[in-house]
Design a protein around this ligand. Structure first.
Ligand SMILES: Nc1ncnc2c1ncn2[C@@H]1O[C@H](COP(=O)(O)OP(=O)(O)OP(=O)(O)O)[C@@H](O)[C@H]1O
Ligand SMILES: [Mg+2]
Length: 261
């Protein structure tokens, strides 16, 4: 299981996470929602160990990456994870099959001679065919997203962190990806954290939803709990309403009336 306790993450003078407590039981899919810039991607990076929290800790099956004594332990920690980066993070100079299988030499004992075929299988799982020899520049945005997804699942990890898996996909392909996430959970008992803005997807795949707001978990519960939430901030967010207690701060970026005068 994944357990985050009191996670505080600062970037210079700005505190993004102010004490996040989240636990994800084995086999569960936890969906994290929250406003743009609230720290969702930052939280995922703390879980996988790409960022180190200033306070608090994240443990995975009882192991804390901050306490790993040597490189072998760090590698052993990371090996358990598949990570879908929000921006895809494909290597432009590599072919698609090389991108999909990039992590395998570090993560698995699979012989390189099998990589191409394995890439083909994983690409088929995300609905892509005959693109193994393309390069990322030759694909559409949604195709790149799916290649990144194929890479996240290539080493058959026990934990998958998905940062916006359906953003930029058409509604039907989004649902194909939702089904894939559900299948991985049900058949392979994968434990996942999914960050998404897509509430339809959240309701479909979540074992549980947690909303991050102002650096902390504002509320947690089932999809039904969130649909019926009496918290006005959760209600506003899940229904996508511009009016409510959560104020959009566009005005902060506009010059003061006094400034132009
Ligand atoms: N490496 C970094 N250095 C400095 N600031 C950072 C860094 N990474 C993230 N931030 C800041 O932390 C805040 C949270 O960013 P993060 O990417 O976690 O947001 P998010 O919730 O994933 O947003 P979105 O929904 O738009 O993807 C932002 O204000 C961002 O500028
Ligand atoms: Mg993000």
């Amino acid at each position: 299981m994944i357990e985050a306790k009191g996670v505080v993450k600062r970037f210079g003078p700005r505190t993004i996470l102010r004490g996040v407590d989240i636990s994800v039981a084995t086999g569960e899919t936890l969906v994290i929602i929250g406003g743009s810039g609230c720290g969702k991607s930052t939280f995922l990076k703390c879980v996988v160990g790409l960022l180190r929290p200033e306070e608090g800790a994240v443990t995975v099956d009882g192991q804390d990456i901050a306490r790993c004594g040597n490189e072998a332990e760090v590698a052993d920690y990371r090996r358990r994870f598949g990570y879908l980066f929000q921006e895809g993070a494909l290597f432009d100079s590599m072919t698609i099959w090389e991108n999909v299988t990039f992590g395998l030499r570090y993560l698995t004992d699979i012989p390189p001679a099998r990589y191409r075929r394995l890439a083909r299988e994983k690409l088929a799982m995300v609905g892509l065919k005959d693109i193994e020899d393309f390069r990322p520049a030759e694909l559409s945005g949604g195709m790149k997203k799916r290649v990144a997804l194929a890479r996240a699942i290539a080493a058959e990890p026990s934990y998958i962190l998905y940062d916006e898996p359906t953003t930029g996909l058409d509604p039907i392909m989004s649902d194909v990806i939702n089904d894939l996430i559900l299948d991985l959970q049900k058949q392979l008992k994968v434990t996942s954290i999914v960050v998404t803005h897509d509430m339809k997807s959240a309701y479909k795949i979540a074992s549980r939803i947690a909303m991050l707001h102002e650096g902390r978990v504002l509320g947690q519960g089932s999809s039904d709990d969130f649909k019926a939430s009496a918290d006005p901030r959760i209600h506003q967010f899940v229904n996508g309403l511009s009016q409510g207690p959560i104020k959009m701060k566009l005005k902060d970026y506009e010059p003061d009336a006094a400034e132009g005068a």
